[in-house]
Design a protein around this ligand. Structure first.
Ligand code: N01
Length: 548
């Protein structure tokens, strides 16, 4: 970084601009204000909530337990908020985030209905100039991208979609007004985590539901239900310990990392069967993965657990042909997001549900009155696209971000994301990413990872202020080392082989790079702490000139 070109600090509009008002943006704002920084949050939605603002499709629910998918930064908040169910529904999470915005008086620094269109680093002043779709231009010393990992939905690009005479919906941009599906013939395209939540709900309402499946997915029952007050009280009485286990764990959930993990294939078959049956009866995708973490590394372990799940599918779905179609066969378990469901497989026992295999009979086009595959035309009144996201990099790349020498982030990441710790990118000084690519992010409980990043970024900014440092930037060498490490860890698993959004395979033309860091939430946290303790090792720090 050329420090000669950074002049004395100008007056900025804000110390920090934060993009996005979801879990990450809200806590970042609160933390920075607490630490004496000014900040402005820009949020495209008409309300706060991020992913939980947009994804209000029927059945939307978190697949992490409510008591764990919540902030830990305020013991008072933690104790006062009452969750009603084991896995929280979207409206409850959105209500929680609105409560947080009010409780910590965050709204006065949040500008809604405003999309950040550009963020340019001005080398002369060392400031970010941020532009919005409302024609505003503001300056800030820091720019924090709290843009979310799954916030840019793929637009439906099926031939003929514009001719469809019925209503169509994107799950990730579901209307705020209720959608009445009663008596309708509904089609759902997709069978990922979202569709697996939508399908049972829609089947109960619609006259007929046709599910268009390209890839069968593994799903584990949620065993959701009310969270009894006494149970919640018991958890809350011991909250610090539970949170501590999550922070030190593999996935950010309260399952301790075993000191010497037992290989699944070494567990005597009867004992393993018992363990899997217990986990199945308890429900929870993360607990299954945490109990047998070698499933994503060892093909033999994977085959055992995958076959166990297939057995459960066959035992649930009455029609053997439908069951066979629903049994995943294209990828090892867990290498696409392991889904969590309520009555997903049971739904296919209903008379008003049809499963269409798009591998055997691909979609040819959407017609005026339905959808045509290579084998048949399906008349439909409503089409629901649960077709996923341009994940991890989509939201960032949709902003015109330019760093040193006008370098665009899109250009810098043309062959895949380049970050140091998933927190910063070389060439983009004073820009921080919350749960960015190459951090545990989507392979963890997002709230735990968000809190870790927010705390690290805030501590870093306080350090820079204290030390009179104008700019911090990831060094290209440290970044290259981190990118290589992330790839090395990923390549030691079965994950990169599968076509999934983790590798960008769902977006044509996207470079195939495995993006989340698989080293585990606990080890990753310790590594970030060490980097900070060593004076931000791997970052270049540029002192502020003493006088202009
Ligand atoms: O998206 P997906 P999602 N023709 O990409 C199919 C998180 N999440 O929204 O697999 C036909 O997983 C596609 O088929 P295929 C969670 O991290 C969390 O469901 O590409 N089909 C697939 O079946 C999750 O992983 C919660 O062959 C097409 C589906 O659409 C992430 O969000 C809840 C197609 C897309 O599945 C994304 O999940 C929900 C085409 N042209 C989601 N294009 C929680 O509970 C795509 N598909 C927190």
């Amino acid at each position: 970084m050329n420090d000669a070109r950074i002049s004395a600090p100008l007056v900025t509009d804000f110390d920090t601009v934060i993009v996005g008002a979801g879990f990450a943006g809200l806590y970042m704002l609160h933390k920075l204000r607490e630490d004496g920084f000014t900040a402005r949050v820009f949020e495209a939605g008409t309300g706060v909530g991020g992913t939980w603002y947009w994804n209000r499709y029927p059945g939307a629910r978190c697949d992490i337990e409510s008591v764990d998918y919540s902030y830990s930064f305020s013991p008072e908040l933690e104790q006062e908020w009452q969750w009603s169910e084991r896995y929280p529904r979207q409206p409850e999470i959105l209500a929680y985030l609105n409560h947080v915005a009010d409780r910590f008086d965050l709204r006065r620094d949040i500008q809604l209905e405003t999309r950040v269109t550009a963020a340019h680093f001005d080398q002369r002043t060392g400031l970010w100039r941020v532009a919005t779709d409302r024609g505003q231009h503001v300056t800030a010393r820091y720019c924090v991208m709290a843009t979310g990992c799954l916030s840019l939905p793929k637009r439906p690009d099926f031939p003929g979609v514009e001719r469809f005479a019925g209503d169509w919906y994107l799950t990730a941009a579901w209307p705020r007004e209720p959608v009445d599906l009663t008596g309708k013939r509904v089609g759902v395209i997709g069978t990922g985590s979202t569709a697996i939540q939508v399908i049972p709900q829609v089947a109960r309402e619609a006259a007929h539901l046709t599910v268009f499946q390209r890839t069968a997915n593994f799903s584990v029952p949620a065993r959701n239900g009310p969270l009894p007050a006494a149970e919640q009280q018991r958890i809350k009485a011991d909250y610090p310990a539970r949170r501590g286990i999550s922070r030190d764990s593999l996935f950010g959930v309260p399952v301790a990392m075993p000191a010497a993990p037992q290989r699944t294939r070494d567990i005597p078959p009867a004992e393993l069967r018992q363990m899997l049956e217990t986990l199945w009866a308890q429900g929870g995708a993360m607990s299954l993965l945490a109990a047998a973490p070698d499933v994503i590394v060892d093909p033999e372990a994977n085959a055992i657990v995958a076959e166990f799940v297939r057995e459960k599918i066959r035992a649930t779905v009455k029609d053997p042909k439908v069951a066979a179609l629903l049994c995943p066969s294209t990828h090892p378990l867990g290498t696409k997001r392991l889904c969590l469901d309520t009555d997903y497989y049971e739904t296919y026992n209903r008379d008003n549900v049809t499963l269409v295999d798009l591998r055997a009979t691909p979609i040819e086009q959407i017609t005026e009155h339905g959808l045509r595959t290579s084998a048949a035309e399906y008349p439909l009144d409503v089409l629901i696209f649960a077709t996923g996201f341009d994940a991890m990099t989509g939201a960032l790349n949709s902003i015109d971000i330019r760093g040193q020498d006008g370098l665009s982030l899109k250009q810098a990441w043309a062959d895949g994301p380049q970050t140091y710790l998933g927190l910063a990118s070389a060439g983009f000084p004073n820009m921080f990413l919350i749960t960015g690519p190459q951090s545990p992010s989507v392979f963890s409980n997002m709230v735990v990872s968000i809190e870790q990043h927010v705390a690290w970024i805030a501590e870093c900014m306080a350090y820079l202020r204290e030390q009179g440092i104008a700019c911090i930037e990831a060094s290209p060498q440290a970044q290259a080392g981190w990118v290589a490490h992330v790839a090395e860890v990923a390549n030691s698993t079965l994950m990169p082989q599968t076509d999934s959004w983790y590798v960008g395979a769902n977006v044509p033309g996207k470079p195939r790079v495995f993006t989340p860091y698989l080293g585990g939430v606990g080890p990753y946290r310790r590594h970030c702490e060490q980097v900070a303790a060593r004076g931000y090792e791997g970052f270049e720090l540029i002192r502020r000139p003493v006088a202009a």
